[in-house]
Design a protein around this ligand. Sequence first.
Ligand code: DC
Length: 224
Amino acid sequence: MTHSVNSIPVITIDGPTASGKGTVAQLVADTLHFHYLDSGALYRLTALSALRQQVALDNEAALAQTASSLRPRFEGGEVYLDGDSVSMAIRAEEVGNTASKIAALPAVRQALVELQLRFREAPGLIADGRDMGTVIFPDACLKVFLTASAEARAQRRYKQLIDKGFSANINDLLKDLNERDARDANRAVAPLKPAEGAYLLDTSNLTVNQAVEQVLGWYAAVKK
Ligand code: DC
């Protein structure tokens, strides 16, 4: 018997930058043995390709073309583009900021829809991003909106960057983070906002494990 793709469960975890949703989403995926979609990585890969190929950042059609010709490979926690590991390169602040800018362009978002839908494979998917519950997987069985205070997020981003060997300044990070939040939340297409029926999870004062347990608890409840 064949099952339609729509019967494959999806849990969406949306939220602002550096909210810790990537870590939580990955651990939930590991626990449930589900696939994991880091949709932000797709916007970052598009940004990285555009920067490398010197595509003008206001040329919407060319950027959409860059997005639709992406052939990323996700393997063992690494991301490869044309055979090269770009896991580190896509985490650089310049790439994140460029990703946030080009993510406001409707043609770029449209060009990435198919690629995102293809991640929905049995036994299930954890989809992490900004519009997973609102636009890409509106039929998800559980939608989580995960956030944390701007200060907690700036601290986390600072630690992440230093741990990865990048230099960072906490005040610059807080400023960039507020700018990026404003851009992601105020854009006309697929703005960052909680999906209807989303469960709100503020992780400012939670450990990673507590956040993971909460999501798993909600999933166990909706699965019944
Ligand atoms: O989650 P992240 O920081 O890796 O995402 C990078 C940028 O990509 C983010 O600032 C906005 C954009 N993005 C988006 O518009 N929609 C998504 N589903 C995921 C990311």
